[in-house]
Design a protein around this ligand. Sequence first.
Ligand code: P6P
Length: 340
Amino acid sequence: MAQNKLITLSEFILQRQAEFPYAKGELTRLLHHLGVAAKFVHKKVSKAGLVDILGSSGNTNVQGEDQKKLDAFAHLEFAEMMLASEECCGIASEESDGIICSDNPQAKGAGYVLCIDPLDGSSNIDVNVSVGTIFSIYRRISPRGQDPVLEDFLQSGARQVAAGYIIYGSSTMLVYTTGAGVYGFTLDPSIGEFCLSNLSMKTPKTGNIYSVNQGYFTRFPQGIKEYIKYCEEKDDATNRPYSLRYIGSLVADFHRNMLKGGIYLYPPTAANPNGKLRLLYECNPIAFLAEQSGGKASTGYERVLSIKPAEIHQRIPFVVGSAEMVTKAEEFLKMHPDKD
Ligand code: P6P
């Protein structure tokens, strides 16, 4: 029987290079460097309990959140590796207030910018629950040869040329899209390579899993409350009640729902009228993957990928997953408009 040929990430990207809109090898090198940085972060995450990398760094990040040591490590690892690739001229990171550029003239001449959440769900690190890196890549608008400008990062999500995540879970996987489907690679630590494991990932049209922080139920808009009640009601014809699965790590919840079918919701509350998740480096890349795998991503009212960002750390309400489930949630929000 033919041995299934092992296809590494680098080999796959090269094979598919012809499909990239700008097949000059630049995006190939960018994705390759991303994979290398992911291996370094994997190494630290996989033995976090054994090295002095757990716990708080003692700093708070620009979001005012406690910055974990591993957050800071992952941020530096990806920032240095991506700028060193000389294909990325600047980075917008959850862990940095402003844009990160390089003094290297080669990097200034690069054609891409990166938006990244270096380690999402980091509050889970100390309790050994899956965490993830989320990334989004755009072609720069500003001319090459100078530092990037804010406009390079404030492009709508529909203009992403690549996006994906690395999930550091029972195995470490890199999942990405360049707009021609979603592909998953599993890290084989014995050879240090990400190997193709999921060809053309598809989100089931519907499912019976809903992911939301039920503890905030009383603070949600009426339409979300009604949708959650709908998920909890018994109805054999529509396979309800659904199961509530909420890991507290967007990448882990999204990855499971993409494979099995399901919906993830991070709604607005009075205290956080735009929700918690960031548009540039959480919602847009996940929305690109969702749509490329046949799913759907909205704020509950509008398509995420159509939003023109106003600032790099902008937050939006987020509903993502199986297309029919997201549509149903949107219908409840329409039926129960928020009282002003
Ligand atoms: P809460 C992690 O901080 C994160 O950004 C997502 O990964 C996760 O789904 C969500 O926030 C958890 O937030 O408020 O429910 O603890």
